[in-house]
Design a protein around this ligand. Structure first.
Ligand code: DC
Length: 221
């Protein structure tokens, strides 16, 4: 058993943090939140409402007024934005293309971070993202930073896209897109992707999912 109440897992695109975080949460009886989905939900709603993704002030005002709820469902939790279930919209290619612009906006980040902290105060959570250990939950009981080479991550993402969309994109295109998103996430001024100084880094190139989960559970012990 553990007396931890929150676990922060950060890492770049396709580092395996969502898959691993979800299993760790289930094993510990914690709730799970992939914070990337909240940035995706803001992006989806902005596209629906014709708010320009370069208009930071309008995005921040919209995020401020948006009610987001994480509701337990039959499988994964569902994300509701102003009462509408947007879960199935969040992997839309238009959201993929726009979300790094939205997640650069400080006003949006402030609103979402506040919501994430409130959730972690109410329940035990495994939270995954880019800034959980550094900004959202600086006092998390355990902080993990998952890394993997860009080639391995691009191969994983390439495989996932083929499975999700039923149609493969060229590997070179997936690699270029992932490199671009890594750059935007790590070079932005507000809350860039970083390992917290007290995070434990796990390099996943030579580990399968179960191996990474076991490492994290051993740290919890
Ligand atoms: O993990 P993901 O690909 O679903 O994340 C979508 C975008 O949101 C990505 O550009 C990084 C950003 N993000 C962030 O800035 N902070 C977080 N805590 C989670 C995601």
């Amino acid at each position: 058993m553990t007396n931890l109440t929150s676990i922060a897992i950060d890492g770049p695109v396709a580092s395996g943090k969502t898959t691993v975080g979800r299993i760790v949460a289930r094993r510990l009886g914690f709730r799970f939140l992939d914070t990337g989905l909240m940035y995706r939900a803001v992006t989806w709603v902005a596209l629906q409402r014709d708010i320009g993704l370069e208009d930071g002030d309008a995005l921040a005002a919209m995020a401020e007024g948006l009610t987001m709820d994480l509701v337990p469902g039959a499988g994964d939790d569902r994300l509701l934005a102003d009462g509408e279930d947007v879960t199935e919209r969040l992997r839309d290619p238009k959201v993929d293309a726009g979300v790094s612009f939205v997640s650069r906006v400080s006003g949006v980040r402030t609103v979402l971070v506040k919501g994430q902290r409130e959730m972690a105060e109410r329940d035990d959570f495994v939270m995954v993202g880019r800034d959980i250990g550094t900004v959202v939950l600086p006092n998390a009981g355990l902080k993990v930073y998952l890394g993997a080479s860009v080639e391995l991550r691009a191969r994983r993402r390439h495989h996932e896209i083929a499975k999700e969309a039923g149609e493969a994109l060229p590997y070179e295109q997936v690699l270029a897109d992932l490199t671009r998103r890594d750059r935007i996430d790590s070079e932005r001024a507000d809350s860039p992707l970083r390992a917290a100084p007290d995070a434990i880094s796990v390099e996943t190139d030579d580990l399968d999912i179960e191996g990474v989960v076991e490492r994290i559970l051993a740290m919890v012990e």
